[in-house]
Design a protein around this ligand. Structure first.
Ligand SMILES: [Zn+2]
Length: 113
């Protein structure tokens, strides 16, 4: 259930940004979540609902954008999107791929008043 720690950090970050921007209530939060994190959207939304209770984030809408997993071939340097864990490089067909994107969680923006 690593969703819980993700939610904790989302709430922490938004709370500290709110105080900097004189916002007292948050209405929506836009997130970018790398597919590789394998976050269960339903779990994230439900967990957020529970964990944001009695905070200024309570009731905020969560907007999730999934970012694709991008790998780079260690053999030829080709960068490509990975849809399957066993994908090989489309250029040289080697299996030595390093993941360069798709593991991150980012708060794009949030709205409030
Ligand atoms: Zn390659």
């Amino acid at each position: 259930m690593h969703e819980i720690s993700l939610i904790e950090s989302i709430i922490d970050i938004v709370l500290s940004e709110m105080s900097k921007n004189n916002i007292t209530k948050v209405s929506s939060i836009s997130l970018k979540i790398g597919k590789m994190l394998q976050v269960m959207e339903e779990t994230l939304r439900f967990g957020f609902e529970i964990m944001s209770q009695n905070t200024p984030l309570e009731g905020a809408e969560i907007i999730i954008e999934n970012t694709p997993v991008i790998g780079r071939c260690k053999n030829c340097g080709n960068e490509f999107q990975i849809d399957d864990w066993f994908d090989s490089c489309p250029n040289c067909h080697q299996m030595c791929v390093e993941i360069i994107s798709g593991k991150e969680m980012e708060i794009i923006s949030f709205e409030g008043y």
